[in-house]
Design a protein. Structure first.
Length: 301
């Protein structure tokens, strides 16, 4: 039997009823009477990153033992989303239901359509807290941290991140300073006095670090993280037209341990590989990441 972690989210119609019904369906279709199925409490959170004016989201996570493979599970949840009226017109829009595979054993999959572990799981408080209720000891194969440790990481004070790129410093810092303004965060230079971190631990902050073209800097950045999240921004000039950015930057995904086979045991800490093809969207994603790490979350009894 494989261990699978699935997230539920909804903010249209009756989210509580929809998620409860979807959980029952997944238990019936993916597990057996003798296998384990654990559903977290429901949590209420504000919408993060999507269009303005949305109602709050209800989120939950289920831990499932299943005999199906990861692709069969993915097809099952996609079919269930369609059955429940899920549409995909705009990214992070209001939705009747949203189902995602967060973890599936120790598999690491990186394709344009499907990624496991879910790449944004490590930065989302509204996912990690319910996940920790049902799978606290499960290990994320990317970071080698437990779900409980990832949840504790986003719960320890305000959000912060380090953007790593080989783009010109002026371009990268200008974008990140705009992120800081939108996220109401402090811009911090890695050249500043380390004592400044004592103050920064009480407020949101962002920083930038260059990445040498030979790749020697990545290991050092992720070995001694001072930020909750390290974001690697891809070089848009290395991406041919009419090709998926995930395919063009597969080597970066491998270096970050986002895809198997093979491992990078020296790397640690939450990380995210972000496409630099559209810098306006990349900036939006960074602001959303800051919000997701410390958004208010309220359990529903």
């Amino acid at each position: 039997m494989a261990r699978c972690l699935i997230s539920f989210g909804a903010n249209i119609g009756d989210p509580l009823q929809t998620i409860a019904w979807a959980a029952d369906r997944l238990q019936a279709e993916l597990s057996s009477p003798s296998s384990s199925f654990l559903l977290s409490r429901f949590f209420k959170t504000p919408p993060v990153g999507g269009p303005s004016g949305q109602p709050p989201f209800i989120n939950a996570v289920a831990a499932i033992d299943t005999s199906y493979n990861v692709w069969e599970v993915w097809q099952t949840i996609r079919s269930l989303e369609q059955e429940l009226g899920r549409t995909r017109n705009q990214r992070w829009e209001a939705r009747a239901i949203d189902l995602d595979v967060l973890l599936f054993d120790d598999q690491r999959i990186w394709t344009p359509q499907f990624k496991v572990p879910h790449p944004r799981m490590c930065m989302r408080r509204f996912i990690l807290l319910p996940a920790a209720e049902v799978a606290s000891q499960w290990i994320d194969p990317v970071t080698q941290m437990s779900i409980g440790q990832l949840a504790a990481n986003v719960m320890q004070g305000p959000s912060n991140l380090c953007l790593v790129s080989d783009s010109p410093a002026i371009q990268s810092t200008a974008m990140l300073k705009s992120v800081a303004r939108q996220a109401m965060a402090t811009w911090w230079s890695l050249e500043n006095d380390a004592d400044d971190l004592t103050v920064l631990n009480k407020q949101r902050w962002v920083t930038w670090q260059s990445f040498p073209s030979d790749g020697t800097g990545l290991r050092g950045i992720l070995q001694t993280p001072s930020s909750k999240l390290t974001v690697w921004l891809t070089d848009p000039h290395s991406q041919p037209q009419n090709s998926a950015w995930e395919d063009c930057h597969l080597s970066a995904a491998q270096a970050l341990n986002l895809v198997g086979p093979g491992e990078s045991p020296m790397l640690r800490g939450p990380r995210y590989l972000l496409s630099g093809e559209n810098l306006a969207w990349a900036q939006h994603e960074l602001v959303a990441a800051m919000e997701a790490m410390d958004c208010p979350i309220e359990p529903i009894n």
